[in-house]
Structure formats: structure tokens, C-alpha cells
Design a protein around this ligand. Structure first.
Ligand code: GDP
Length: 305
């Protein structure tokens, strides 16, 4: 089965990791959100891309889900002492990624070229592509004004009430090199359990219409997120957060939807949206959970298409 997966950071990376365990490199491409990329301390930082790559490389910090395992913080400690902004933590090993990426971007290399080289160096065999080589910036429209995504997410800890989202630059952004081909050759597209508003919507806006069967895994379990602000965003936008709300969000795209067993009572209503439904354990606490879910999702797709 040849799959293209769409992913944000933490939740997306977990399923992408499971898929990478069961699909050969030629059968899996992961297209990652870059709407929350930003420049900080003069460095170009790609939080979702790095989370997916570190996870696939087995280098991710298992506690936080972001950053590197076994990280040290000497640079950050010394930056703070010099009065540098300290609201975004960057570990020493992680900094090497940002420094080298920034240097190469300044030389004129594209983000997809750079990530291809980094993946090779880290031993990641599956293709991990940024959604675009052009900048797209997610702006969170809040009651306190517009906030660039990382200002909202990290600096303001998702506190301001959300009113909407905008993706600056999306009109001019082309899918990154290889993304179009991956979508063309895929038998199905999987939307990983990532934040629909700020991780998946930007990717969908950049890649446009998908003429392949699309399957999504709900990031909302029992009305709540495992991590992050997706449920809070739904509530603030006047929508009850639930797997059903996620299915409705992607409704026009979906052939099938995977939701957690704790939400089994919603399955019939989701089916009523004219899509197939598969109910299983979707909480990925271990590598086994990731592989198990990946296998089940691929089997479900095989039966549905
Ligand atoms: P971010 O960019 O780092 O916030 O990451 P994502 O957008 O990829 O992931 C955030 C979403 O992943 C949240 O809505 C979480 O509920 C969801 N998530 C995280 N871990 C899991 C998991 O184990 N299972 C499921 N179903 N969703 C998860």
C-alpha cells in the first residue's frame, strides 16, 4: 500500500512513526506542516518538521514529544544570562539543527533539500517533506489581537481566546518539491491525529484538492485532546470538541474516519456523514501502540478502497 500522510508535530509524528515501521520507504511520504515555522534568535525554526524527523530517527524526547532525547541546555542558560528572549526553549543539540538549516537557507538551498540532507544524516529513510518551500505563517486571531502561532502557542501558552486563523502567504505557496508526485502516486492519504485547525488545515490549503481516498485519525479522544489546544480552539469557536466535530471538519474530503473506542457511541452519527468508520484504541503511549494503530489504519484503508 502506497501512502502519503499529512502531519503536524506531536500527534502526527506518533502515527507517522508507526507507519514508518510497517511501510517501506518507497511506500510512505510524510508531508509536514510548516505554518508554525518562525525565526527566533536569528534562526529559522521548524517545530513540526523537526518533531517528525527526530521521532522517525528515534532521537525525540519521549517526555515532551518535542526536542531531543538526552538534551543539554548550556546555550539557553547562557543566552538567558545575556538577556536574550527565553520564552522558547532550544536545547544544545537542537540548536545545531537550526543553525545549520539557517546557514543553508541563507545560501539559497530550499527547505525540502535541506530536510532531505538532514534526514539522510539522521538515518531517516522515509521521505519527510515540508508542505511548501515558500513561507506560510499561521496567524491566530484572538480577542487580544492577531498573534503569530508560536507567540500564541508558547509565549502566551494558548491563553487568548481564539476567533479564527489565517495562513499568511498561502496563496503564493506551492507544494514542496516531491509533494505533488507523492500525492499522485499514493493509493490513499492519511490525515494523522494532529490539530485540524493549525496543523492540518494549512497543509490542505497549500496542496489543494486531493483526488485520492482520504482517511483521518481523530486527535480528539473523549472530547479532549491528548496534548495541545485543539479542544480549546473548538470550544472557543463555538463547536463542541469531539471526534464527530473532527469528522465534520474534514467531511468533504473523507472516505474513512478512525476514532477511539471511548467514542464508539458517536460512530453511527459519523457514518451518517457518508464515510466509513473504524473504531479502535487510538491513544499511542508506546511504540507498539503506534505500530498497532498504523497496521489497523492501513488494513482499514485496504478494505475501504
Ligand atoms: P503539535 O503541532 O505539536 O501541536 O502537534 P499535532 O498537531 O501533530 O498534534 C496535536 C494533536 O495530537 C492534539 O490534538 C492531540 O490530541 C493529538 N494527539 C497527540 N497524541 C495522540 C495520540 O496518541 N492519539 C491520538 N488519537 N491523538 C493524539
Amino acid at each position: 500500500m502506497r501512502i502519503t500522510a499529512l502531519a503536524g508535530g506531536v500527534g502526527g509524528a506518533k502515527l507517522a512513526h508507526g507507519l514508518a515501521q510497517i511501510l517501506l520507504p518507497e511506500n510512505l511520504t510524510i508531508i509536514v506542516n510548516t505554518g508554525d515555522d518562525f525565526e527566533h534568535l536569528g534562526l529559522y525554526i521548524c517545530p513540526d518538521l523537526d518533531t517528525v524527523c527526530y521521532t522517525l530517527a528515534g532521537m525525540a524526547n519521549p517526555e515532551t514529544g518535542w526536542g531531543r532525547a538526552g538534551e543539554t541546555w548550556n546555550a539557553m542558560t547562557n543566552l538567558k544570562r545575556l538577556g536574550a528572549p527565553d520564552w522558547f526553549n532550544l536545547g544544545d543539540s537542537d540548536l545545531a539543527t537550526h543553525i545549520e538549516r539557517t546557514r543553508r537557507l541563507k545560501e539559497g538551498q530550499t527547505l525540502s533539500q535541506i530536510m532531505r540532507d538532514f534526514c539522510k544524516a539522521w538515518g531517516v529513510k522515509h521521505a519527510v517533506l515540508p508542505m511548501s518551500d515558500q513561507p506560510v505563517r499561521t496567524i491566530v486571531e484572538t480577542e487580544e489581537g492577531d498573534l503569530p502561532f508560536q507567540e500564541y502557542f508558547v509565549h502566551r501558552r494558548c491563553e487568548p481566546r481564539v476567533q479564527g486563523f489565517r495562513f499568511e502567504g498561502v496563496g503564493a505557496a506551492e507544494p514542496a518539491c516531491g509533494a505533488y508526485e507523492a500525492l499522485q502516486s499514493a493509493e490513499a492519504v492519511i490525515i494523522c491525529p494532529s490539530n485540524p485547525w493549525v496543523s492540518i488545515d494549512p497543509i490542505l490549503r497549500v496542496i489543494g484538492e486531493i483526488d485520492k481516498p482520504v482517511f483521518a485519525v481523530s486527535p480528539i479522544i473523549g472530547g479532549q485532546t491528548v496534548k495541545g489546544p485543539a479542544a480549546k480552539m473548538y470550544r472557543e469557536l463555538g463547536i463542541e470538541p469531539s471526534a464527530l466535530a473532527v469528522a465534520k471538519h474534514y467531511r468533504s474530503l473523507l472516505t474513512g474516519f478512525v476514532m477511539d473506542s471511548v467514542d464508539a457511541q458517536l460512530a453511527e452519527e459519523v457514518q451518517g456523514l457518508n464515510m466509513r468508520v473504524f473504531v479502535t484504541n487510538t491513544l499511542m503511549k508506546s511504540l507498539d501502540d503506534r505500530m498497532q494503530l498504523a497496521k489497523e489504519v492501513v488494513r482499514f484503508i485496504g478494505e475501504a478502497i
